[in-house]
Design a protein around this ligand. Structure first.
Ligand code: DX5
Ligand code: ZN
Length: 215
């Protein structure tokens, strides 16, 4: 059974109070919050201010996915906003180890996200220092894209690396997760499923979350 992390990016921003209420009453485990800067990714979403509102609206884990350049400049702001997990992109961090140390010293769980073209082996020398890998199964920037099938191989490879070293790092899969492909993603070794459109564009989001959770 995987943890379910609905991505609020696909929610109705004119009705966030109701969306949060639904999530709080649902089987969802985490709020997945996608921060985009229009530089690292070709889209702009929201920043610490909105994360703070989500923090106040829920007791669930606030899982913040930073798709931004120079994330070190903002780690403290996201801590203050109430982030529990802070994930940075390997492709945006020439001094990744320093970013991870900073996140942990601020008292958050540290995650590293990798884009579809980034090989899993790039995580080799940081894996023991982190809590979470966010494996992108689409190119980051937008919700509602199709799952890239090659990701399944990457999840299996990462699962082996983690298990070989007896680590507790969680594998989170982000992008294009559906009720149809979720089972194969879990079987490949995922611990956390992010789901945006699959949840929020469905007729019954709460039932969809329960269905993902029951796989
Ligand atoms: C993509 C984001 C994802 C996205 C997932 O850049 O990181 O979290 O919102 O949305 P779906 O599930 O619709 O692909
Ligand atoms: Zn994300």
């Amino acid at each position: 059974m995987a943890l379910i992390a609905p991505s609020l990016l696909s929610s109705n921003f004119l009705n966030l109070q109701a969306e949060c209420k639904m999530l709080n009453e649902s089987a969802a485990d985490w709020y997945h919050l996608d921060v985009m800067d229009g530089r690292f990714v070709p889209n702009i979403s929201f920043g610490p201010m909105l994360v703070e509102f989500f923090r106040k609206a829920t007791n669930k884990v606030c899982d913040v996915h930073l798709m931004i350049e120079e994330p070190g400049n903002y780690a403290e702001a996201f801590k203050k906003a109430g982030a529990d997990n802070l994930t940075v992109h390997i492709e945006a961090c020439p001094h990744l180890h320093r970013n991870i140390q900073q996140i942990k010293s601020l008292g958050m769980k540290a995650g590293v996200a990798i884009n579809p073209h980034t090989p899993v082996v790039a995580l080799q020398d940081i894996l023991a220092d982190i809590d979470l890998v966010c494996m992108m199964s689409v190119n980051p920037g937008f919700g509602g894209q199709s799952f890239i099938p090659h990701t399944i191989q990457k999840i299996k490879q990462l699962r082996e690396m983690i298990d070989e070293q007896l680590l507790k790092v969680k594998i989170e899969v982000d992008g294009g997760v559906t009720l149809e492909n979720a089972k194969s993603i879990i079987e490949a070794g995922a611990d956390v499923l992010v789901a945006g459109n699959t949840v929020f564009k469905s007729d019954n989001p709460m039932a969809t979350i329960a269905a993902l959770k029951s796989l």
